[in-house]
Write a protein of this length. Structure first.
Length: 194
């Protein structure tokens, strides 16, 4: 059986779970608390030498890591990867941008505030600035269309909604980003996220 090692508090893990649920795939979820040190155990490192979640063990025993690579694997042949080459490339552009220019700021601040309990005044200001820059870029793109790439929801929307929807837990006020807020609702509906 397909097995997913994931921490339910992690947007990177949740986006994999949401896609599998939306596709109706059977899988076993193994809750993996990244703060407990379990991802540094010899057993886990044998599955994923990077010691990160999510990690997927396929039915044939092969493993796959990195959330957006996992999304791409399971998204093959679904409507969530555009057939049009340009729209597909735009989807990948957003997926790469998410891991480089969004997640390191929105997710990191959310982790520090909501999970590690760090006071707001101790958060590095550059993280806040970059997080708002990411939200502003999304706002501009979503003011021009309902989805990030193409005419319907794609893996890019799923990947980016994971941490955007919980950005307020990192003190990012989404009230300044109405197109983003409306998009969150559309993506949640499209993927059955609650």
């Amino acid at each position: 059986m397909l097995t997913v090692y994931g921490d339910i508090r992690s947007g990177n893990c949740l986006k994999v779970k949401w896609l599998l649920d939306r596709l109706g795939r059977d899988y076993r979820w193994i809750e993996t608390d990244v703060m407990s040190g379990v991802t540094r155990s010899p057993e886990f490192l044998a599955l994923n030498p990077a010691g990160q979640t999510p990690t997927v063990v396929l039915e044939d025993g092969r493993t796959l890591a990195q959330s957006n690579a996992i999304l791409g694997y399971f998204g093959e042949g679904t409507p969530f990867i555009p057939a049009d080459a340009y729209d597909r490339a735009r989807m990948y552009e957003w997926l790469f941008w998410e891991q480089y220019s969004h997640e390191p700021y929105i997710a990191v601040v959310r982790f520090q505030r909501a999970l590690a309990g760090k006071r707001a005044d101790l958060i590095e200001p550059r993280l806040i600035e970059r997080g708002h820059a990411a939200l502003a870029r999304m706002e501009a793109a979503l003011a021009a269309g309902d989805w990030l790439a193409g005419d319907g929801p794609t893996l890019a929307d799923l990947a980016l909604v994971a941490y955007t929807r919980v950005a307020p837990e990192g003190d990012f006020d989404l009230g300044a980003y109405p197109a983003v807020v409306a998009w969150i609702g559309r993506v949640e509906d499209a993927f059955g996220i609650r």
